[in-house]
Design a protein around this ligand. Structure first.
Ligand SMILES: Cc1cn([C@H]2C[C@H](O)[C@@H](COP(=O)(O)OP(=O)(O)O[C@H]3O[C@@H](C)C(=O)[C@@H](O)[C@H]3O)O2)c(=O)[nH]c1=O
Length: 175
């Protein structure tokens, strides 16, 4: 597996090496040992699958407050999504900065999202499906969010956002 750190320290793009033969290919989509060797948390408490009818559907930005903070490893298994993280570590030099990347069934990239990051994704295709692990159990009482259109974050989404849940449209603005 290949781990490339993003401009937000601690967050990594994860790619896998393919071993190809006449049948197709084999690759490790996840390996606890390799994660540990790269200083990444391999814990998996949940594996989630979410599907979206239409492109332009957004989910997030979400996080869970300590002690329920979670690492997520995001992957897109159908179509394409724009996956985006915001650094919420108050002491970080990149506090409130964001990073976005296309994850798709074609490029087969994954994004390792550390604890104390808010996370969202935008469906870039109809029928996009995300498949991802979380290191902590879903704890609704610990859930927090940021607005995808908060001017303080200044996120330039690659396509227009068309479908937003009531919850995600209602997160408070920063400041
Ligand atoms: C996330 C989650 C939701 N649910 C329930 C709550 C609700 O009834 C329904 C849909 O929940 P939501 O609207 O929060 O789903 P969604 O907007 O897809 O939430 C997800 O968004 C992305 C961006 C993330 O980063 C994830 O961690 C998660 O927060 O599923 C669970 O039972 N377990 C879970 O782990």
């Amino acid at each position: 597996m290949r781990f490339t750190e993003t401009p937000l320290s601690g967050a990594f793009v994860v790619e896998f090496d393919k071993i190809e033969d006449d049948r197709g290919y084999f690759g490790r989509a996840y390996c606890a040992r390799e994660f540990e060797e790269h200083g990444l948390d391999p814990t998996i408490a949940q594996v989630n699958l979410s599907g979206n009818f239409a492109k332009g559907t957004i989910r997030g930005l979400h996080y869970q407050a300590p002690p329920h903070s979670e690492v997520k490893v995001m992957r897109c298994i159908n179509g394409a999504i724009w996956d985006l993280i915001v650094d919420m570590r108050p002491d970080s030099p990149t506090y409130l900065k964001h990073f976005g990347i296309e994850l798709s069934s074609e490029n087969q990239k994954a994004l390792y999202v550390p604890e104390q990051f808010a996370h969202a994704y935008l469906a870039l295709t109809d029928g996009a499906q995300a498949f991802y692990s979380a290191s902590a159990f879903y704890t609704p009482g610990a859930e927090g969010g940021l607005r995808y259109d908060d001017p303080a974050l200044g996120i330039d989404w690659p396509i227009p956002v068309e479908i937003v849940s009531e919850k995600d449209a209602s997160w408070p603005l920063l400041g």
